[in-house]
Design a protein around this ligand. Structure first.
Ligand code: SF4
Ligand code: MG
Length: 333
């Protein structure tokens, strides 16, 4: 609630603070048990920083992050002391984008998957070995893979190892930060299916951070769209894809590659770059790139408001614009 993460900008000879990058600037979102919420937007919109601030990998500048612990009730992560964080962390895990950088090449796969169990004193001896074998099987690898090193595995297999490590302590929430973005498309589908299967079996919730709207449509229950540190639209996946209510979402959907050659490609709506969060434009942050912008958009920042059941939009003209969804053009038949 009201999550903010601002980074100081320093300049000049004395490295004085000359400004601030508002990487995350007032984000409200909820992930329910067993649910997949996708956080989407272009690079540099604050998605990863939001995920990291939620898990306290970065200390938030302001706002609340409340985890409803199954036994201990609500825990305020933003102000939790080291002891509380240690107790809660097993419930909150992360899978990173690059499966080549996020595994220690000098550790065996078994050692990597066992590490969270060892650190948290959750298992030792034969019990530890059995649990590692069980975790590897759960993600579609084999128990004997435990003795090998990460370099012996492909990108998709490495991401399975990362998922096994994340599952070791029976988490409730996994933040997947671009977890399939570095993989080949066919491998992406396998990993997405694995994540869905694990969710059904283990009751996991995912915060699925991605710039890939095709992957998001496959996996998400709800979609949250971020632009320059703020949420501009959120709602059920079906509504976001068929009837978006924010021009930025429309533009993102129009940029999804069209797999069917018989369907005419839609004109590109997204031009230019994401503005720097150190000096965002006035009014609606999207106005310099928005094909629907009106004079008011340059001067007044739109409020987030309800535009339907569980559907929010921050656009002055959310009710008036005829925005195109992905149904007609970008969805495969
Ligand atoms: Fe575009 Fe104006 Fe809506 Fe912003 S408020 S998205 S500039 S129409
Ligand atoms: Mg990122």
């Amino acid at each position: 609630t009201g999550l903010r993460k601002h980074f100081p900008v320093r300049g000049g000879f004395l490295r004085r603070r000359v400004g601030e990058i508002k990487a995350v600037d007032g984000v409200d979102l909820t992930v329910h048990r067993g649910e997949t919420v996708a956080l989407v937007g272009e690079s540099g919109c604050g998605k990863s920083t939001t995920g990291r601030a939620i898990l306290r990998l970065e200390a938030p500048t302001a706002g609340e992050v409340v985890f409803h612990h199954p036994e201990h009730g609500p825990v305020h992560l933003e102000s939790a002391d080291a002891r509380t964080l240690r107790a809660v962390r097993p419930h909150l895990q992360m899978v990173f984008q690059d499966p080549f950088a996020s595994l220690d090449s000098r550790m065996t796969v078994g050692g990597i998957v066992a590490e969270p169990l060892v650190i948290n004193k959750a298992a030792t001896g034969q019990e530890l070995k059995d649990r590692v074998a069980e975790l590897l099987t759960l993600v579609g690898l084999r128990p004997e893979h435990a003795n090998r090193y990460p370099h012996a595995f492909s990108g998709g297999q490495r991401q399975r190892i990362c998922i096994a490590r994340a599952l070791a302590l029976d988490p409730d929430l996994i933040v997947c930060d671009e977890a399939v973005s570095a993989l080949d498309v066919s491998v992406q589908a396998q990993i997405l299916n694995l994540l869905e299967d694990l969710q059904r079996r283990l009751g996991l919730a995912y915060l699925f951070i991605s710039h890939d709207l095709a992957a998001v449509e496959h996996i998400a229950d709800r979609v949250v769209v971020m632009y320059v540190g703020k949420i501009v639209e959120s709602g059920p996946v079906e509504q976001i894809y068929t009837a978006p209510r924010h021009p930025y979402t429309e533009a993102l959907l129009a940029a999804v590659p069209q797999p069917d050659p018989r369907v005419r490609t839609r004109p590109k709506l997204l031009t230019g770059d994401v503005p720097s969060p150190a000096s965002p434009p006035g009014g609606c942050y999207f106005h310099p790139r928005c094909p629907h912008a009106q004079p008011v958009c340059a001067t007044e920042a739109p409020e987030v408001r309800s535009v339907g059941d569980g559907h929010l939009s921050a656009c002055h003209f959310a009710d008036a614009l005829p925005l195109a969804g992905a149904t007609a053009a970008a969805r495969p038949p």
